[in-house]
Design a protein. Structure first.
Length: 418
């Protein structure tokens, strides 16, 4: 199944997406951005009080103490208070190795409230290599002389700081945690949890011997009943979640740490109940992106997606493998170049996935699987490889240019599917 890769030279790592295939052939047959107000110089007492409030709130999460957590929230009935009750319940669903809240200066507002820029520090045990640090703007109000939390997000601030809400901040979640898989479901998708979790665990077992790189063999999968989370991702390939079947995405550590905390993936809601080979192949594709992680950030998209496709079909008998019809039609017309980054997820997306897959098939079949992984390593070395520089690496590693590899991939597609 198809997906899309990312290049930090073009900005933040782009999500890796699996798009809906067209007709298949059987083998052999918001608001303006603003910054937080400047801290006022005369708020030491508020600083101390709010720092204490946040410390108690974080401690309550780790101690599973809902009354203490809700003591930090404005007690007056409001939608925000209900959301805070939901947030606490959601956080208890997660295997937290760390949860903390760090305030960075308090600003007194003219109306008597206060605001603080807060770093939310959170680490999923067994799934995040390091804690994830996310900025937020918290607002506090005095109630009966005590500071209480009145808001933990500001849409303008979030937009200015590129903050995407997580599922546990959006809706009521239910988490399943078994066999190296953390599944995040909601109240409408939880009925599909058993088969989704089983399919992801099976996918982990399938790809483990295929991918010769070190990785945790653990994964977080979002399996939600609507596309809001998917639609919120930055640089969503194709820009339309309805064109996707799944998407892998990076979770940066944040703050001053340039590392990745993890790579996770999510399934489109329509894929949740499809307990079939198509979904299993999709899951293996996304898991390959998770395993490879940042190793494919600095390579041409065709190689990142081609390897994920190549791994995804290893356990499918050759006569049962499928490819998009438009890939066959383009191959029949003769291929002269590998798919380019700029239009990979545009008009001929499904064809690009098929052509990329078979470019990798050619390398593995002709030179051995080790050479394919060596190509990925060489393309990603140093500052990475651009399209304009890929021929030099291809010549050095496999003795072919991009046009020669594309032409051979096309011939093999026609031979197997046309």
């Amino acid at each position: 199944m198809p997906s899309a890769s990312a290049d930090p030279r073009r900005g933040p790592r782009r999500p890796l997406a699996t798009l809906v295939l067209g007709t298949l052939l059987l083998a052999g047959c918001t608001s303006p951005t603003t910054s937080a107000p400047e801290p006022s110089p005369d708020s030491p007492s508020a600083d101390a009080a709010l720092t204490s409030l946040l410390a108690g709130r974080a401690k309550a999460v780790m101690l599973h103490d809902q009354p203490a957590f809700m003591d930090s929230v404005d007690p007056r009935p409001s939608p925000f208070r209900k959301r805070q009750q939901r947030l606490f319940a959601n956080l208890q669903e997660l295997p937290l190795a760390a949860y903390d809240l760090e305030a960075h200066g308090v600003t007194q507002l003219p109306d008597g409230r206060a605001q603080a820029e807060v770093t939310v520090i959170m680490q999923l045990e067994g799934y995040d290599a390091v804690p994830v640090r996310t900025p937020a703007l918290f607002t506090f109000a005095r109630v009966d002389g005590e500071w209480e939390l009145a808001s933990d997000h500001d849409a303008t601030y979030d937009g200015a700081h590129d903050v995407d809400l997580q599922p546990w901040e959006r809706t009521r979640i239910e988490a399943e945690h078994e066999g190296g898989v953390l599944g995040i479901f909601d109240t409408r998708s939880i009925d599909d949890a058993h088969q989704v979790m089983r399919a992801v665990r099976r996918g982990l077992a399938d790809i483990a011997p295929r991918i010769p790189v070190e990785w945790s063999h653990h994964v977080v999968v979002y399996a939600l009943s609507d596309v809001a989370q998917m639609a919120s991702l930055d640089e969503l390939p194709g820009g339309d979640p309805e064109r996707l079947e799944g998407v892998a995405f990076s979770v940066p550590a944040g703050g001053s740490n340039p590392a990745l905390a993890s790579v996770r993936f999510m399934l489109h809601p329509r894929m949740l109940g499809r307990d079939e080979p198509r979904r299993d192949r999709l899951i293996r594709h996304e898991l390959t992106h998770v395993a490879i992680a940042e190793r494919d950030d600095r390579v041409p998209i065709w190689l990142a997606e081609g390897i994920a496709e190549w791994v995804s079909v290893r356990d499918v008998p050759r006569e049962e493998r499928v490819i998009a019809r438009d890939a066959v039609e383009m191959a029949q017309g003769g291929l002269t170049a590998l798919p380019g980054d700029a239009d990979f997820n545009a008009e001929h997306t499904s064809a690009n996935y098929g052509i990329s897959w078979w470019a990798c098939e050619v390398v593995a079949d002709r030179f051995g699987e080790d050479r394919l992984w060596a190509l990925l390593a060489e393309m990603g070395a140093g500052d990475g490889t651009t399209e304009s520089g890929q021929d030099e690496v291809l010549q050095r590693v496999v003795g072919m240019t991009g046009s020669e590899l594309a032409a051979e991939a096309g011939r093999q597609i026609v031979r197997n599917f046309g």
